[in-house]
Design a protein around this ligand. Structure first.
Ligand code: HEM
Length: 318
């Protein structure tokens, strides 16, 4: 059995929710009050909503993600947020809550210790602040500091327990999806349906790969955009304007990846769907042409995503 790369494993492991909603063209509204939300964890005692505390934390995070530091923590924080809050499943109305800290042995979570440890240090210095809030906030600050939109952040998430983590994992029991699948368009739709998300959100979410890089599958580092530490719509520009010869994914028969002729950029199968599905093409090319729209929609969607399953969040502190 080959070792699948991180994000793919997340997709293939977690894609069993029923596909209840296709939402082409508009963004889903923020969720209303929840019936069975994420419930309290060990760090209860009330969320920290004091804007001054968050202003201080923001200052620290801005320093940490500064591109000149070359620690590349901005992209890492964004990926961490996806791998934590991204375990949300509307069938149990639960996910995230920093449960990723109990799932670091899951293959898709390789490399996440570094951003988690950076945030745990900040948590220690700010008693009462939850790691769950910090994970979402760090992604927002990272995106904004690296040139992206300002994203509304409302604190109040609680850190969930190892038992919660198990419940969340049990809601995604089918590991057989680890095998390469021929129909990635529908696989992605099934995966995102567990958030109640449709085509526009899928395309927007793919645009997060404008940040960061990977040395999967062959040890050479490649990004998805021409500046891995700048948040903009260059991901979409590259998807549609570069040439993308195909290559077999090492150790995974039937699976492919794509890289540019200069060997600098990569697309995985879940990226390549933006070139093969008519609905995704229409939305993706719209964002390729309109960076402002990408920023507006991404900011709105990321706030919705970060609040899935959480009720009674405080007022925005940013
Ligand atoms: C659902 C399909 C996705 C797949 C298959 C996928 C796959 C991957 C893979 C394989 C990596 C490289 C990790 C490594 O080298 O260890 C990666 C990195 C990254 N992913 Fe995704 N990803 C997906 C969705 C997302 C989403 C939705 C976000 C954010 C909202 C995201 C944000 C990132 C970021 C920022 C990086 C770069 C991390 C860094 O440079 O430290 N990904 N992704």
């Amino acid at each position: 059995m080959y070792q699948l790369h991180s994000g793919c494993q997340l997709i293939f492991s977690y894609g069993q929710g029923g596909y209840s909603q296709v939402n082409i063209g508009t963004l889903n509204p923020p969720p209303g009050p929840n019936q069975g939300p994420n419930t309290g964890g060990p760090n209860t005692g009330g969320p920290v909503t004091n804007p001054q505390v968050w202003a201080n934390i923001r200052q620290r995070l801005v320093q940490l993600v500064h591109p000149q530091l070359n620690d590349k923590l901005g992209p890492a924080f964004l990926r961490l947020a996806f791998h934590d809050q991204g375990t949300y499943n509307k069938s149990i109305n639960k996910g995230g809550g920093a449960t990723v800290q109990f799932m670091l042995n899951e293959p898709q979570n390789g490399g996440l210790e570094r951003p988690i440890n950076a945030l745990k240090l900040i948590q220690q210095q700010n008693p009462g602040v939850s790691l769950a809030d910090l994970i979402i906030f760090a992604a927002c600050v990272g995106i904004n500091t690296l040139g992206g939109p300002s994203i509304t952040f409302r604190p109040g998430r609680r850190d969930l327990t190892p038992q919660d983590a198990q419940e969340i994992l049990n809601a995604h029991p089918d590991k057989n999806l680890l095998l390469p699948k021929p129909n990635h368009e529908e696989l992605m739709r099934t995966f995102y349906a567990k958030y109640g998300f449709g085509d526009r959100e899928i395309v927007l979410f793919n645009g997060a790969h404008t940040l960061g890089h990977t040395n999967i599958p062959d040890g050479k580092f490649r990004g998805w955009s021409r500046n891995m530490q700048k948040f903009d719509n260059d991901y979409f520009v590259r998807v549609y304007q570069e040439q993308w010869p195909v290559f077999p994914f090492p150790g995974a028969p039937g699976k492919n990846f794509w890289k540019t002729p200069d060997d600098a950029l990569i697309l995985f199968e879940t990226d390549f769907i933006l070139r093969t599905d008519n609905s995704f093409i229409q939305i993706g090319q719209d964002y390729m042409r309109n960076n402002d729209k990408f920023f507006r929609d991404f900011a709105q969607m990321f706030q919705v995503f970060g609040e899935l399953g959480w009720s009674n969040l405080g007022n925005p502190v940013f």
